[in-house]
Design a protein around this ligand. Structure first.
Ligand code: MRU
Ligand code: ZN
Length: 217
């Protein structure tokens, strides 16, 4: 396994913190990372990952607003000792552990994600068979795709344990999960794809809310 070299990360092309900051600013402008909501991470070649520090305004992140942690949550690098990794780091740990190809994990809070999380009380929410579903990797005619839903426990490790337990026996159809009354988390094999997945899933959620209002889904 390659060792992560901090000395080569001081450039925009190799340090994922720049792209994570850009993505957060974009999501903030979409109203999906309002205030300090949400967290973004990117895996490094040594399996550690940079994750947004807890409680930072997501519209104005800089490289010092990230913490590098191991897959078990041990802190490896941060700008100062009073910066903590995201309160939801353990969910990213679970995703990177379960999905070795995942290079980025993005979690945002949108109004539509919270609304659609009430469209079912079941463990999975059926998505409409929109063309957009292909962008999430499902190339089927009239796809019957569901996104897994988890309860929003106060204790984040409990959410993470439920994700780990369920996905260990039942892989999700799409690289995304919904936490009821909270928001969506996606993962992808690149930062660009993770950003696209957030946009696609949020489009689908917007459609679902509009379709419900129109009485067609
Ligand atoms: C706006 S508070 C939201 C937090 O409780 C949490 O859900 C969240 O997404 C951001 O937490 P953070 O610790 O900054 O990564
Ligand atoms: Zn959150």
């Amino acid at each position: 396994m390659l060792n992560y070299q901090p000395s080569v990360t001081n450039s925009k092309t190799t340090d994922p913190r720049f792209e994570l900051s850009d993505a957060a600013r974009y999501f903030y402008r979409q109203d999906w990372m309002v205030g300090t909501a949400g967290n973004l991470s990117a895996r490094l070649p040594d399996d550690s990952f940079w994750i947004t520090a807890s409680g930072k305004a997501k519209g104005e992140l800089s490289t010092s607003d990230f913490v590098r942690v191991t897959l078990t949550g041990e802190i490896l690098e941060r700008a100062s000792a009073n910066i903590k990794p995201s309160a939801e780091t353990i969910i990213h740990q679970v995703i990177y552990s379960l999905f070795p190809a995942a290079q980025a994990c993005y979690h945002v809070h949108s109004i539509e994600a919270n609304l659609v999380s009430h469209f079912t009380e079941k463990l999975n929410l059926l998505l409409p068979p929109l063309e957009m579903v292909k962008g999430l990797g499902v190339w089927e005619e009239n796809p019957q795709v569901a996104i897994p839903i988890f309860e929003n426990h106060l204790e984040v490790p409990q959410i993470a344990a439920e994700i780990s337990d369920r996905f260990s026996t039942q892989l999700p159809q799409v690289p995304a999960l919904l936490i009821r009354n909270h928001g969506v988390t996606v993962w992808a094999d690149s930062l660009t794809s993770a950003r696209n997945y957030v946009e696609l899933i949020e489009y689908i959620f917007r459609y679902m809310v509009a379709a419900r209002q129109a009485g067609i889904f």
